[in-house]
Write a protein that binds this ligand. Structure first.
Ligand SMILES: [Zn+2]
Length: 415
């Protein structure tokens, strides 16, 4: 019996050892299989990433080209083989992004096809919401304006307002003959601070009492929707497609004064999305009371209301009168420029970058920018701040174009 038990124990031990060996073999096999699978996934990913990167390079090359290009030009410029270029071009043509229908004029040999991007292949819509208007603009993939409209309608946080906005968007796109599949999205700017989740307007004293849940707007618009602070959108428009521009400050001058700081194209928003509130920097301690409750802010001195409301006229009337040298306008304008110069020099002192002047005042600045620069030189004759100041490109359309371009920029980056 003892022998039987001993034999049984030996068999048991042997059996356990055998099972352990088998388990170890199974584990080793599984481990190797898993490791191979990970390697395969990684290599598949890297091949897929490489193909996508090449496709993007081909598209970007044609997008940035000034003149016509051929397959051979692309191959040479990007050091890619002709089959690789052709494969990428086929994919891009399937997406409707590249045209190859034109043929080069004869130079003796076989005439090559000419390649170019199709800007109208996609479009994006930008909407600027202000207290009394909606401004809509549509842009193509080159950022060119396709259409623009201003609609007079006071802002209301209601479904009716959202439905009216959606109707205007649809009408704009229908007028352009753009189908839903070609619309990248609708960007909406608001004169206030929007939370990082892009869902709530947290602070907008000139528009509406806050916080305001923005889902009523998103629900009404049948496209992808993103919200953006108006000045940040305007700043992005002025930065975009300017290869020489690294970082810049955008100063938007209207009834309110705001701005944006772009570091290599990325807005610096601050910890609580409140950066670049240039209008509320103090330029005269103990001075005029500002809408924010403090004293001496730039906005209290350089809001366009200082030029128009003070005299009970429009901004256009003010500049017409200034041109004619009428009444107190020249003196008012000189004081205005003195105060604006202090603000601009302060911004440059803090950030040491180009400063772009935009917003509702900008269409009237034109030739007066040089006059402004003379005032800036009086405030700061050492750092040559005036050399870093320039006028915006898009003027009153900056905000709408900027938020539309965010869709375009994202699309092009991910082709
Ligand atoms: Zn203020």
């Amino acid at each position: 019996m003892q022998f039987v038990c001993s034999l049984f124990k030996t068999k048991m031990r042997f059996s356990v050892q055998k099972n352990l060996v088998n388990a170890a073999k199974v584990w080793y096999h599984l481990k190797n299989t898993f490791a191979k699978a990970v390697v395969n996934v990684k290599s598949t990913q890297s091949v897929s990433d490489l193909r996508k990167a090449n496709r993007n390079r081909v598209y970007r090359f044609l997008y940035d080209s000034k003149g016509d290009q051929t397959v051979q030009d692309v191959s040479r410029a990007l050091s890619l083989s002709l089959p690789t270029v052709n494969q990428n071009l086929n994919e891009l043509m399937e997406l409707g992004l590249i045209d190859n229908s034109r043929i080069a004029s004869s130079s003796g040999g076989r005439r090559p096809r000419l390649l170019s991007v199709i800007p109208s292949a996609r479009c994006a819509v930008g909407v600027e919401i202000s207290p009394h208007h909606m401004y809509l603009v549509a842009t193509d993939l080159k950022g060119s304006e396709l259409d623009y409209r201003a609609v007079s309608r006071p802002f209301e946080a209601t479904a009716d307002y959202a439905a009216a906005l959606a109707e205007e968007i649809q009408s704009l796109l229908a007028g352009l003959g753009v189908g839903q599949d070609r619309v990248l999205g609708v960007g909406v700017t608001l004169p206030g601070i929007i939370n990082v989740e892009d869902t709530v307007l947290e602070y907008a004293p000139t528009l509406v009492s806050t916080p305001l849940d923005l889902s009523f707007l998103r629900a009404a618009i049948p496209y992808a929707v993103k919200f953006c602070n108006d000045a940040n959108a305007g700043g992005f428009a002025e930065w975009w497609d300017q290869p020489e521009q690294s970082s810049m400050a955008y100063l938007s001058i209207g009834r309110g004064i705001g701005g944006a700081i772009l570091v290599n194209g990325t807005p610096y928003l601050g910890a609580r999305q409140r950066s670049a509130e240039f209008g509320h920097m103090c330029i005269h301690p103990g001075g005029k009371t500002c809408s924010c409750g403090r004293q001496g802010c730039l906005e209290a001195y350089c809001s366009t209301a200082v030029l128009s409301n003070h005299l009970g006229i429009s901004l256009a009337d003010f500049f017409d009168g200034l041109e004619a040298g009428a009444g107190e306008k020249p003196l008012l304008w000189e004081r205005y420029l003195e105060d604006l110069s202090i603000g601009i020099v302060n911004i440059h002192t803090m950030l040491d970058c180009d400063i772009v002047l935009g917003g509702p005042l900008s269409p009237f600045l034109g030739k007066r920018v040089e006059q402004l620069k003379n005032y800036i030189n009086q405030v700061d004759s050492i750092s040559h701040t005036s050399q870093h100041v320039r006028l915006c490109r898009y003027h009153e359309k900056s905000n709408g174009i900027g938020v539309a371009l965010k869709y375009v920029d994202n699309f092009i980056s991910n082709i």
